[in-house]
Design a protein around this ligand. Structure first.
Ligand code: SF4
Length: 307
């Protein structure tokens, strides 16, 4: 039964700590992902899985680099080599976990015809504008900030949540951080802001620009999922910790996630620093520029002014 599997993973965490066995960060992350996936299945009404000890065996054994750290290349790109990292000596032959448990769910359904995307986005925008799933945010916002840009973009930027300027204008990334993002797109990548699609995880401004609460993210993510399903970008750039952790279902910091490929619903996704962070920490702009160059290379975009 699914409940028993959940208990098994919870007990795994407890038994490891009680025995004072050091658990690698990767192993703990893997256990957390499995637990979340099983809880998701349970919430979805699945209360039975085929009897198999493969998953538990895989969790009890040290993770391989391929399980945890292998960057996911964009289509048609040779897989970059994972950086070597110390891995605990295996106690037994590592077993690949069943792919079905770990496979990233892909976007459902076929692509929306480009001619219908703007209309579908407007319908969704109206739905978001009326949303009161987060009572506090619905009460304190001036208006929702849905997102804007090309309805058939090659690239989609996803940030955290609207700030004061965005709440006032109803547009994403329009303050100082927005200007920096625009510069990254136009001066850095040689694209027009209108070429890409820009949105946030949260569509309503959290008071005093505090971090979104996990419950608020859970409430709002379905809107972003539907935006993604309509817009279907070729590439995604996740801006900052909240966007990266929410979309990649991880607690790793941006410093550990940036500079390599991930996937969001099957779409190649790169993580970089949020423009607000770059304004507070200008030295990090160099890292962000390196990230953009990875993105540009995958997209076949050459640096402005260079052939
Ligand atoms: S943040 Fe999202 S889910 Fe929450 S009230 Fe605003 S639109 Fe609705």
């Amino acid at each position: 039964m699914l409940k028993n599997r959940l208990d098994a993973f919870r007990n795994l965490d407890r038994s490891e700590s009680e025995k004072d066995v050091p658990v690698s960060e990767e192993l703990a992350e893997l256990a957390r992902i499995v637990r979340q996936r099983l809880e998701f299945l349970k919430r979805s009404g699945v209360d039975w899985l085929p009897k198999s000890d493969l998953v538990v065996q895989a969790i009890r054994r040290p993770p391989t680099v391929a399980h945890i750290a292998a960057p996911v290349p964009p289509p048609d790109e040779p897989a970059p080599r994972p950086a070597p990292r110390p891995i605990p000596a295996p106690v037994a032959t590592a077993v690949q976990p069943p792919a079905s448990l770990f496979a990233e769910p892909m976007l459902e359904g076929g692509p929306v015809p480009i001619s219908e995307r703007s209309a579908q986005l407007e319908l969704l925008r109206a739905e978001v504008a009326a949303c009161v799933r987060c009572p506090l945010l619905a009460e304190t916002r001036t208006q929702t900030v849905f997102g804007e840009g090309n309805p058939a973009p090659r690239l989609m930027f996803i940030g955290e949540a609207p700030g004061a300027d965005e709440d006032r204008t109803g547009r994403p990334f329009v303050g100082k951080a927005g200007q920096l993002l625009t510069d990254m797109i136009t001066k850095g990548m040689g694209l027009a802001r209108e070429d890409v699609y820009i949105t946030n995880v949260l569509k309503s401004r959290p008071p005093e620009n505090r971090d979104p609460e996990p419950e608020e993210i859970a409430h709002c993510l379905p809107f972003l999922e539907r935006q993604l399903a309509i817009v279907r970008p070729e590439f995604i750039c996740l801006l900052g910790r909240i966007a990266a952790q929410s979309l990649l279902d991880t607690s790793l910091p941006v410093g550990r996630l940036r500079g390599k490929w991930h996937r969001v619903r099957g779409i190649p996704a790169l993580v970089t620093y949020h423009p607000s962070y770059l304004l507070r920490n200008p030295p990090a702009k160099k890292d962000a520029w390196n990230d953009l160059q990875i993105l540009m290379k995958a997209m076949g975009i050459s640096q402005p002014g260079r052939k």
